[in-house]
Ligand binder design. Structure first.
Ligand code: GLC
Length: 692
């Protein structure tokens, strides 16, 4: 017997060493059963209990009812880690004295690695379970339309296919721990300038081809909740927009689960009740009337009330919230692992935009490190903020590698700049929710950077920011540029590993970086004469203003391709310390009508590296204005020097269609299409024609 016990304990130790997480994936209850149980509970609710349930409780809860055996359900921000906010009721998240600050979502998207997105969100889900968070208020999946939006760092870029693919795996990874995802902000929330008063005017085709697909992919992946946006959509606030919620979300996309409003985003409670919304958050706004009064006055029916409460109950039942205690401390032992995940993602999401060969930077040279984020953590601000712990700092990490060869100086003179053999200049922005920020760096900062690259041709720029930022003035003279986004608590260590060559960069831009903001399709976002920073504390004080999405489906690279505008850096661009080549490709239509494409990728350099092969499709003679090409598949591949890999892609015809507004449905024309394959939207050397 003793031998068996020893054998078993050895096996367990072996498995633990392999970090094979023993817990089973959480299985969400099927919809029919959950709704059946919800109905049986709903029958026992009084009218008052129903009326209270459709509004938030204590800012971040769904109300509980001890008399029905239902505990309160806790929601917490956000997509990049748990925000341990002092605003939360005292008893909350005291199980965690810290939470991991994972890299920003836009950096996660830059990895172009869906499996990594799953791992990232699974780790975050484990922290949720340890911290008693039932619903994580993420992932944010708004498509990037313009470079001034202060929340781009919380999202996954300009392409619906990339965002949908990465976010769907995020949803699966998060929910595998029994934590519900909350995909947001539904839809048309592409500006932060007085967002509650902005009215996004978007045509149906653009809604379906650009702003819905990522939500649809996440819904198909099983997302268990959704948050509506602050802005109006075509004249009605998204949180009380019946056509959007009942029409598009429920009927067209078939979303069955919990819909919540964004915090203080509802303007008319009665209109909200009729819209298909389930719960108004945070629940403490005085509308001058309450749900009970509306019911008593006959303005809402019992059926409407039940239709609001039922999905709330069904979601909580399906996720097992009522069957388990809020906290599960067994997940705490997983948390040390999450630092490794945060580092892994940062390593794969930092983008090497330019390199004249100065990187990787070998030792033995006098290096001057200067600039903004050398001794502070670059991160965005707002509801998504995560402070993390043991945050790495660029100065300290580089000192650990280069020792006395590294001189750190915040404000060096030009003479010191000239004397250095290499300069590493850290710059960037602090982007924030509820703020637009200029595409350009502050004038003085840009001038300083220009003077540094002028004074020393061996200058490496490290840009930490949440969106595209103007680099045109100093791009050409910089020896190298690394785009670090907001890389989280492990990010500066990962940046130092990339600079030294310990890690080979493999990030790709999930959004275009234009040369000048006037080139952007979203240049018209702000009203004439608007001042950038919202000083008004009450966002409701400004009169409503329209944001015309006149570019339609031509968002991001779709715009620059079609308009023939050369950006500074293309969507999908990112360099490596090795080199790759694409061999001859093949594309054909299979007998069952699918598009099959095969290409060979080869590592032609001297070190292991990862490359992202991207497949775009464009209709040759479209019947409506269509982008020149659109991303329809990608694959990230790791190859040893000299290794080659044959990659196969299969695309269904309905994946390359367009939304026919006349027919109110998807349509794929027959005729010729070009399959373009490359390693950036600006570099697709393989172009193969097929006919449907
Ligand atoms: C915020 C954000 C939303 C967040 C919510 C709760 O204003 O728009 O993303 O989850 O309120 O903090």
């Amino acid at each position: 017997m003793r031998k068996i016990i020893n054998l078993l304990s050895a096996a367990a130790a072996f498995l633990a060493g392999l970090n094979i997480y023993a817990a089973e994936d959480f299985r969400i209850m099927d919809c029919e059963t959950a709704y059946h149980k919800a109905d049986s509970i709903l029958k026992t609710f009084s009218v008052e209990e129903k009326c209270l349930m459709v509004r938030g409780y204590e800012k971040f809860f769904i109300r509980g009812y001890a008399n029905h055996g239902l505990r309160p359900v806790f929601m917490c921000d956000a997509s990049m880690g748990l925000r341990l906010s002092e605003k939360l009721p005292e008893n909350l998240i005291r199980q965690l004295d810290s939470s991991t600050a994972f890299p920003s979502s836009v950096l996660l998207a830059s990895t172009f690695n869906p499996e990594l997105s799953y791992e990232y969100a699974r780790a975050l889900g484990e922290e949720c379970r340890a911290g008693g968070v039932d619903i994580l208020l993420g992932p944010g999946i708004n498509i990037t339309r313009q470079a001034r939006c202060g929340r781009t760092f919380e999202y996954m870029g300009e392409d619906p296919y990339l965002t949908g693919t990465m976010a769907a795996e995020y949803v699966r990874g998060l929910q595998s721990t029994g934590t519900a995802a909350c995909i947001k902000h539904f839809i048309g929330n592409q500006t932060e300038w007085y967002r509650k008063s902005s009215n996004s005017i978007i045509d149906p085709r653009t809604i379906h081809e650009i702003y819905l697909p990522a939500f649809k992919k996440c819904i198909d992946a099983g997302a268990m909740s959704l948050m509506t946006a602050y802005n109006m959509l075509n004249g009605t606030h998204a949180g009380e927009n019946r056509e959007l919620i009942k029409g598009i979300l429920r009927e067209e996309l078939g979303f069955k689960w919990l819909v919540m409003s964004d915090w203080e985003s509802i303007w008319d409670l009665e209109r909200m009740v009729h819209s298909g919304q389930n719960i108004e958050m945070p629940g403490d706004w005085d509308f001058g009337t309450g749900v009970q009064e509306l019911f008593d006055e006959g303005k809402i029916t019992m059926e409407e009330l039940d239709d609001m409460v039922r999905p709330i109950l069904a979601t909580c039942i399906a996720m097992g919230f009522y069957e388990r205690p809020q906290y599960d401390s067994s997940y705490s032992e997983r948390i040390p692992e999450h630092v490794k995940t945060a580092r892994k993602v940062a390593r794969e999401g930092i983008v090497l935009l330019k390199n004249n060969g100065i990187l990787p930077l070998s030792g033995g040279k006098k290096i001057l490190l200067t600039g903004k984020f050398i001794d502070e953590v670059p991160r965005g601000k707002g509801s998504s903020i995560v402070t993390g712990y043991n945050n790495t700092l660029l100065g300290r990490e580089l000192a650990g590698i280069y020792g006395d060869d590294l001189l750190v100086c915040k404000n060096p003179g030009l003479e010191e700049i000239r004397k250095a053999e290499v300069v590493i200049l850290s710059c960037g922005t602090v982007d924030s929710e509820n703020r637009e920020r200029p595409f350009e760096l502050p004038e003085e900062e840009e001038k300083w950077i220009c003077s540094v690259v002028e004074a020393n041709p061996n200058t490496i720029i490290v840009m930490n920011t949440g969106n595209a930022t103007r680099m045109t003035a100093f791009n050409d003279k910089a020896a190298a540029i690394l785009y670090g986004w907001y890389p989280g608590q492990e990010g500066q260590a990962a940046m130092a590993e990339i600079i030294s060559g310990a890690v080979n960069p493999s990030g790709k831009l999930p959004l275009t970086i234009e040369k000048n903001f006037a080139d952007s399709p979203g240049a018209n976002t702000l009203p004439k004469g608007a001042q950038f920073f919202n000083e008004l504390k009450n966002e409701r004080m400004i009169k409503f203003y329209d944001v015309h999405y006149d570019e339609g489906v031509l968002v991001g690279y779709r715009w620059y391709d079609t308009k023939g505008i050369e950006p500074l850096y293309h969507f999908g661009h990112g360099l490596s310390y090795t080199s790759f080549s694409l061999g001859k490709g093949m594309a054909e239509v299979t007998p069952d009508g699918r598009i099959k494409c095969e290409v060979t990728l080869r590592n032609t350099g001297r070190r292991e590296g990862k490359e992202v092969v991207q497949l775009y499709v464009g209709e040759k003679s479209p019947s409506v204005v269509r982008p020149v090409k659109e991303l329809k598949a990608f694959r990230k591949v790791s190859l040893a020097p000299g290794e080659r890999r044959r990659l196969e892609f299969v695309i269904e015809p309905d994946e390359i269609g367009f939304w026919d507004s006349a027919e109110n449905g998807w349509k794929t024309n027959g005729g010729k299409y070009v399959i373009s394959v490359g390693t950036s939207s600006g570099d697709t050397p393989l172009n193969m024609e097929i006919s449907l």
